[in-house]
Structures are given as C-alpha cells and as structure tokens.
Design a protein around this ligand. Structure first.
Ligand code: HEC
Length: 157
C-alpha cells in the first residue's frame, strides 16, 4: 500500500491563508486608509445608504431624548431610545457586517446597547440628570467612531 505523507507545507499555507482571511473579515473588514488619516470603510451604495440612514436616525433620537429630558418626560425618553437599542442590530445584514472592521462593530453595537440602557433607565424612573450623563457618555461613541472612520461614496472596485 502506498504511504501518503501529509503535505505539511501545503497544509501550512492553507491554514495561513484561512487565518489571514479570517483576520481580514473579523478585524479589518473591507477598508483602506483615507487621505485624512481615518479609515475608509468600503461599502456598496445601498449598504452605505443604509448605514447613513441609521446615522440620521441616531441624530434624531438623540435630539428627541435631549428634548424629553428637558421636559422631564421619561415615557418619551423610553419611546425614543427603545427602537434604536439592540433591536436595531438585527436589521444589519451579514454581508454588510463582514465589511465592517471590528472596532467599528464594537462602537456601533455598543451604541445600540447604550440606547437600551437609556430606555431602561427611563422605564425605571431614574433621575433625568443620570440619563443625561448616560447620553453624553454614549455620544462619546459617536465622536470616537466619526474620528476614526469614513464612508466614501462610489467605492465599487
Ligand atoms: C460605529 C461607528 C459610528 C458610530 C458609533 C456613530 N456613527 Fe455616525 N457616522 C459614522 C460614519 C463612518 C459616518 C460617515 C462619515 C463620513 O463619511 O465622513 C457617519 C455619519 C453620520 C451622520 C451623517 C449622515 C448622512 O446622512 O450623511 C450623522 C448625522 C451621524 N453619523 C450621527 C451619529 C450620531 C448622532 C451618533 C451617536 C448617537 C453616531 N453617528 C454614531 C459612524 C458612526
């Protein structure tokens, strides 16, 4: 019977290619260095529009929460924050997720979870000031992500 020796070099190469692929998908996403020093996340036009639409929703939600807090209207705080909480993560499809770098996902998902916290604090009747502090901490995610990433248009290559 012919003895087959495993082709360790070929196996090693294959494993490194797979590891590099996994690193790219999980950590780097579909990115390149932008001219202004940030990282460009390269998306298809429809995906980019979906992300930017979600961004405008985040801004609207933030405004609604600031207004509701000023009016001491905790029901309105909860109503504004709840839809943009973790429930909104389910709408991000998997091919888009694969293009987002790990840091982007951490900041993005973290922001959705923070809105869950805000909705829960309002539901539990926490003081408006405490919710305001939570919102201001949450907005540090907006700042950090905008400082690191951009979404250039016309990225199909
Ligand atoms: C995970 C990263 C991330 C987080 C967190 C994030 N953003 Fe963004 N946002 C972006 C990127 C990237 C852009 C595109 C910026 C660019 O291309 O220069 C953007 C764009 C926007 C825009 C412009 C939308 C448009 O139509 O062009 C608004 C408004 C916005 N973000 C609001 C917010 C607010 C408010 C928050 C926090 C509550 C937030 N974002 C949190 C990444 C993020």
């Amino acid at each position: 019977m012919k003895k087959t020796t495993p082709h360790w070099i070929a196996i090693g190469l294959l494993v490194s290619i797979l590891a590099a692929g996994a690193f790219k998908v999980i950590v780097l996403g579909n990115t390149e260095k932008a001219e202004d020093g940030r990282t460009s996340v390269l998306l298809e036009p429809a995906e980019r529009q979906a992300v930017l639409g979600e961004m405008r929703m985040l801004l609207e939600t933030t405004q609604a929460i600031v207004e509701a807090l000023a009016n001491d209207d905790l029901a309105a705080v909860e109503a504004a924050a709840r839809p943009i909480g973790s429930a909104a993560i389910a709408t991000v499809d998997f091919s888009l997720r694969a293009k987002l770098p790990l840091e982007f996902k951490k900041l993005g998902f973290g922001t959705h979870y923070a809105f869950d916290d805000i909705a829960n604090m309002a539901k539990e009747g926490k003081p408006a000031k405490a919710i305001q502090i939570k919102l201001s901490e949450t907005m540090n995610n907006c700042i950090a992500c905008h400082a690191s990433f951009q979404l250039p248009a016309a990225t199909l290559k």
